[in-house]
Design a protein around this ligand. Sequence first.
Ligand SMILES: [Zn+2]
Length: 134
Amino acid sequence: MSDTPPKNHSARDVLRELFPESYRELFGEAQEQDSPPTLGLYPVADGRLALVQGGQLAEFSPLDPKGNKALHCDLCHFTRSRQEAAFYRVTVAARRTRYVTLCLDTAACQRRAGTRGLAQLADRIFPIEPSYAD
Ligand SMILES: [Zn+2]
C-alpha cells in the first residue's frame, strides 16, 4: 500500500509525466510562477491536444476532415472555415468517445473562450474513466 502514487498531481506534473517534450516547450525555464495552471489546452505531439484540469488529462486526437462545411468551435464558439478548425476525438472511457471541434490556433481560441469557456469544455470531457486514463 505504500507505493500508491499521490493523488494531488498538478496539471504541470501530469504534463511533465506524459508529454515531457511539450512540457519543456511550454514551461521551459520559467520556474517563477508560483501557481501552476490548473486548466488549459496544450498542443502535444502529432497535432494532438491535451486538455488538463487539475490532475486530469484528456487527449484530443485530430480526425481527417471531411466535406467543406463551416465548423463551429466548441471552445470559443466562433464559426470557422475548414482551414481554421478541426475535429478531434476524445476517448473518455473504454467504449465512450466524444467529438469536439476546435480552432487550429489553440492559443487564440483559448483567449477568446477565457477560463469559463475552458471550464465548460472540461465539464463535457471529464471525468475520464480511471481505468482508461492510464
Ligand atoms: Zn475556437
